[in-house]
Design a protein around this ligand. Structure first.
Ligand code: COA
Length: 185
């Protein structure tokens, strides 16, 4: 689905824009995906695993998300630069259509400015428009305290653990946690 322009103020006084992805966002998105993979251990890929990200793939993802009635992607732009994105997708199977997954990531220099909080407000608002969806779900890697605090603030609670789901380059093993937020229906 298409989400029209949402402007809001960052904690440092700058203005930020949330909206659905457009063709012109492709170069900035590729840069953000590779850069963010190198800035934090808390997303799935290392930078050298980002080769699958190509302009063609991003164009196809943007088109699919924008055309879908049960999925949305929101890009965040600051001073015209893609600084992160988030998305929501209702699970497709009949038995799982009451569930929607959400995901989010930002470039490091834009952490702590309130973008994540605003993105989650919008994602929850979009989910409220899916009458069949009764719960939102996400995963985070052990140690990602900033993400965990954001999710708890937005009403998510830990519902399960996948022990030793990830091994970082330094050899350390980390659990993955499932969080769920029940919709008030
Ligand atoms: C996790 C992430 C999306 C959070 O977005 P953000 O824009 O930085 O979050 P916000 O600025 O809205 O802050 C949200 C909450 O995080 C918490 N927080 C902020 N700074 C923090 C810090 N230094 N340490 C721990 N928690 C912190 C606060 O509770 C804050 O809420 P508050 O401002 O009302 O006090 C962002 O940091 C990010 O992209 N990280 C890397 C990728 C990632 O981890 N993605 C999630 C994968 S599960």
């Amino acid at each position: 689905m298409i989400i029209e322009d949402i402007w809001f103020d960052l904690k440092d006084g700058r203005r930020a824009l949330l909206r659905s992805p457009r063709e012109e966002d492709i170069p900035g998105t590729l840069d953000y995906l590779v850069r963010s993979a190198g800035e934090t251990e808390f997303i799935l890929r290392y930078p050298e695993e980002c080769g699958r990200y190509t302009p063609e793939l991003e164009r196809a993802v943007f088109e699919r998300k924008n055309a879908s009635p049960t999925e949305a992607m929101l890009m965040c732009l600051v001073d015209g630069r893609v600084v992160g994105n988030c998305d929501i997708a209702v699970l497709p199977h009949i038995k799982a259509r009451h569930r929607a997954t959400v995901a989010i990531a930002l470039l490091q220099e834009y952490w702590g400015l309130g973008i994540g909080t605003r993105m989650f407000r919008e994602l929850i608002g979009i989910a409220e428009g899916f009458p069949q969806v009764t719960q939102l779900e996400l995963d985070f890697i052990e140690g990602n305290d900033r993400a965990r605090r954001l999710y708890e603030k937005m009403g998510f609670r830990i519902a399960g653990v996948h022990p030793d789901a990830f091994r970082f380059r330094d050899g350390s093993l980390h659990n993955e946690y499932l969080m769920i937020r029940k919709m008030n229906r």
